[in-house]
Design a protein around this ligand. Structure first.
Ligand code: NI
Ligand code: MN
Length: 228
C-alpha cells in the first residue's frame, strides 16, 4: 500500500480497492502550498479523527465532488448530513469497529477535544486502527499520551503508527517516545508538526531520539509518498 503525506494530519492511504483520505485539511494548510489542492484529491473514503477545523478541513467540498464515503463519529456524520446534505457516511464511535470491502477500522480513544468552528459539539475525538492487506496502521489522531496505549500495543502488531508530535495541543517529543514504547510499532511517522507557530518542533531531534529509543522513525515531508 502507498501512504502520501500532505502536511499536518492529512494523509492519503491507497489500499487494494480504495483510496482513503485522513483529515483533509488542505486549503488552509500552509504545508500543502505547491503540493496539492483539494480539488485534485479523489478519495473513495474520507476518515475524520475529530471536528476541529485543522482536521475537518475541506471535507464538505471533497465529499460533495467525489461522493466519497465519510467515516467519522456519529456527531460529525450527522453534522455533514444536516448542514451539507452529504449522505454517503459511516457513523462510528469510540471503541467500535466496522468492516468495509477494503478492510476493517476501529475508532480508538484519543485524549483531546472535538468541536466544530461554529461551536457545534463534535463528539469524541478518536484515532483509527486500520487493518488492510495484512497490515495494521494506527493513526493516533490528536491525542495526549494515555495509559491504554499499552493495551493497544499488546493487542496489535502495528506496522505503522501515525503520531502527533507538535506539542502544545497534542503529545510532544518526549511523550511520543513513551507512546512508541507502549505501542511498539515497526515504523513511526510524525504528524501535526510545523504547520503553525504553536506546533513547531525539531523533527530531526525527534527522529534522533526515536532512533535512540530503538524505534524506526521516518519524517515524511509534505507531498512525499512511501510504500508500506
Ligand atoms: Ni484537534
Ligand atoms: Mn489538530
Amino acid at each position: 500500500m502507498q501512504l502520501r503525506y500532505f502536511g499536518h494530519s492529512a494523509f492519503m492511504l491507497n489500499v487494494e480497492g480504495a483510496s482513503l483520505l485522513f483529515d483533509p485539511f488542505i486549503t488552509d494548510n500552509p504545508h500543502t502550498d505547491g503540493v496539492v489542492t483539494a480539488d485534485e484529491l479523489n478519495p473513495d473514503v474520507i476518515l475524520l479523527t475529530h471536528a476541529h477545523s485543522d482536521h475537518w478541513g475541506d471535507t464538505p467540498e471533497i465529499a460533495a465532488r467525489t461522493k466519497a464515503q465519510v467515516v467519522a463519529n456519529f456527531e460529525i456524520v450527522t453534522y455533514l448530513q444536516e448542514k451539507h446534505g452529504h449522505q454517503n457516511v459511516q457513523p462510528m464511535n469510540t471503541g467500535g469497529s466496522w468492516s468495509f470491502d477494503w478492510g476493517r477500522v476501529k475508532q480508538t480513544y484519543a485524549r483531546h477535544s472535538s468541536s466544530f468552528a461554529d461551536g457545534t459539539y463534535g463528539g469524541n475525538p478518536n484515532g483509527y486502527i486500520l487493518h488492510a492487506e495484512d497490515k495494521c496502521i494506527y493513526n493516533l489522531g490528536d491525542t495526549a499520551l494515555f495509559q491504554e496505549m499499552e493495551y493497544i500495543g499488546n493487542q496489535h502488531t502495528i506496522d505503522v503508527a501515525l503520531m502527533p508530535i507538535g506539542d502544545c495541543f497534542t503529545m510532544g517529543i518526549e511523550d511520543s517516545i513513551e507512546a512508541a514504547r507502549r505501542l511498539t510499532p515497526k515504523l513511526v511517522i510524525p504528524m501535526h508538526w510545523g504547520t503553525f507557530p504553536y506546533i513547531e518542533v525539531d523533527t530531526d531531534a525527534w527522529a534522533a531520539k526515536m532512533k535512540d529509543a530503538g524505534f524506526n522513525a521516518r519524517v515524511m515531508q509534505p507531498g512525499e509518498s512511501i510504500e508500506i
